[in-house]
Design a protein around this ligand. Structure first.
Ligand code: GCU
Length: 423
């Protein structure tokens, strides 16, 4: 081989090596050995023995770590939050539901941002428990109801849904009804409240828009390294929606369940962790940076998520790219921050990218905190069979199929919420 060919082969190897580094691991035998930080042992080594000590000592330090290093801190508070009822119909969905669309207006430093909350409650019912969660492409995608407004905020493109040039369109009305089992939610005695996540913070690596910009000091252009990324902004938006829900007599503000799928499941978990007014949380296929344990490095990893989605987490989190073992926390501790409130973690068998086993083990290890309250969680380390939920206040299931939200998932969430959230 002459010098030229050698040099050429080396040049070819470099991108291949970079690629190999990023090839996701999907083999259980290749999961590295690791010691999970004990949820009940403080950073100073002291053991936590009861719920009181958990709440006073351990919970705040875990929350603080996740705030500063993973999702990022919210820099201050809003000057004002106000609500305007844009529209309502007591005979929506063929007389089954009461529909409302509410503008939530957030003001800070003379700047403002608004988002529209779509709420359905069972007809002629008051004080109902409600599932609150974001949707990916607009409120109008979750139903065929023609009265639901098409949002104007920046959207991810999706050719199948007719979203080109990042503009939500009428064409996508109803395209995501499959992910929102509205009829069964209402028949189960629950309301549904949803928001288009792009209205709170557009899902792109651009910190000039969305919620972050409201909080900037003069000439600031992006959050400081310990400050919030998009997931924390979305979680904050859920809390502002909860501010509204607490004022609505049709809704029981003490029974609002934060629900989310995938990246929005990460946001619902973080909302439940940071805002204890949420009565319960559902994490549907939330994966890396959500329910799944990071130290397993199975499927999506910290480096991968921080590279593909540099805006989701605090800049500080990038320090742990390919350094999972050095991270003094793991995601089971995020789940534990929800305790003793009911929590449902769900995986899908074909969604290996989200590491179902890592999601399951995370729920298992979080159960130690539920036990302090004598509440049952995921006690065993053996994963359940497919489509066989382990149902307790802290529940888990893995269903057949792909990364998605299905009628099967909703059937379990409704049943669980009827038992543990609104008995
Ligand atoms: C990507 C990302 C995941 C995320 C998912 C989603 O696959 O890597 O972390 O959960 O998108 O939000 O659909």
């Amino acid at each position: 081989m002459n010098m030229k060919t050698l040099l050429y082969s080396c040049l070819l190897l470099i991108p291949m090596m970079a690629q190999a580094q990023f090839t996701p691991n999907y083999e259980e035998q290749k999961v590295p050995n690791f010691t999970l930080p004990d949820v009940l042992v403080r950073f100073n080594g002291k053991k936590i023995k009861n719920a009181k000590k958990w709440e006073k000592k351990r919970r705040p330090e875990i929350l603080g770590f996740f705030e500063r290093t993973v999702y990022g801190q919210v820099p201050g508070s809003l000057d004002n939050v106000s609500f305007t009822l844009l529209e309502s119909d007591k005979n929506a969905l063929n007389g089954k539901a009461h529909r409302k669309q509410i503008e939530v207006l957030l003001t800070k430093n003379g700047k403002s941002l608004s988002f529209t909350l779509l709420v359905y409650t069972p007809k002629n019912r008051q004080n109902v428990p409600v599932f609150l969660g974001y949707n990916f492409y607009g409120n109008h995608t979750i139903t065929n109801d023609t009265m639901v407004e098409v949002p104007k905020a920046w959207s991810l493109n999706n050719e199948d849904f007719g979203v080109l040039d990042h503009i939500p369109t009428e064409k996508s009305r109803g395209v995501r009804t499959n992910r929102w089992d509205l009829n069964n939610i209402l028949e189960g005695g629950f309301g549904l409240a949803t928001i288009f996540y792009g209205e709170v913070d557009p899902d792109k690596d651009d910190f000039s828009d969305g919620l972050h910009a409201l909080f900037y000091e003069e000439e600031q252009e992006r959050p400081h390294p310990e400050e919030w990324g998009s997931i924390a902004a979305w979680a904050f938006g859920l809390s502002r929606a909860l501010d509204y829900l607490e004022t609505d007599p049709d809704i029981d503000g003490t029974k609002v369940i934060a629900f989310g799928h995938s990246r929005l499941g990460k946001a619902s978990l973080w909302a439940g962790a940071t805002d204890e007014r949420f009565a319960a949380v559902v994490s549907n296929n939330s994966g890396c940076g959500g329910a799944a344990l990071s130290k397993r490095q199975f499927g999506e990893t910290i480096a991968r998520i921080n590279t593909n989605f540099p805006h989701w987490f605090a800049t500080n989190f990038k320090e742990y790219n390919e350094k999972e073992m050095e991270l003094p926390v793991d995601q089971h501790q995020l789940l534990a921050l929800i305790a003793p409130r009911p929590l449902y973690v769900a995986s899908a068998h074909e969604d290996q990218w989200a590491d179902p086993r890592g999601e399951f083990l995370s729920a298992h290890y979080a159960s130690a905190v539920y036990q302090l309250y004598t509440i049952n969680g995921v006690e065993t380390m053996a994963m359940p069979q497919l489509n066989t939920p382990m149902m307790n206040a802290l529940s888990y299931h893995i269903r057949t199929g792909i990364h998605d939200v299905t009628a099967y998932d909703w059937e379990q969430y409704i049943r669980w919420a009827q038992k543990y959230v609104a008995p």
